[in-house]
Design a protein around this ligand. Sequence first.
Ligand SMILES: [Zn+2]
Length: 182
Amino acid sequence: MTASTLRLNRLPVVFCLKLLTLFVAGVGCQAVAEEMTAHGSHVHGEAELTFVLDGNEAELALVTAAGNILGFEHSATTPEEQQLQKTQLEMLQSGRWFTAEAAANCTIAGQDVRIEQDDHGHADLYANIQLLCQAPLKLQNLQFGLFELAPGLTTIKAQYLVDGVAGAQALSATTSALKLRN
Ligand SMILES: [Zn+2]
């Protein structure tokens, strides 16, 4: 992790911690993780990811330029584009794009994947996955196979909040494991 990565990510993490402190009883991981990624910038080649683990519940929230996943950002028009879009959205919904340690015994409890077009020919893709983990203390890493499944993606800027401890890491095809605990 570089110093600049830390500096870039400090503000949203602090914001999230405040949210957690204020609303810990009323707002689950899902709302916090989505809030943390809601202000992501549209950068081709990059994705922003937030992982929040609180007790047994976890949420991954990914936002990325749609072109990184689909190869295009306009509305899918040809049969080939429509098929590719369907395949890639199903891949995101399935959770196949990341791996949690088997020992943590996590299962997908819910998902929400959507594309939002803007007015300038660009589109963002949002993928939110909720997990339920039977042994959350054994969750040390999250491995991201997304780089192999999304040819346009080179960097994931990841932030995490694990039982109240925050951190950040930049991931790439060669460094694709997010370390969640020291
Ligand atoms: Zn774009």
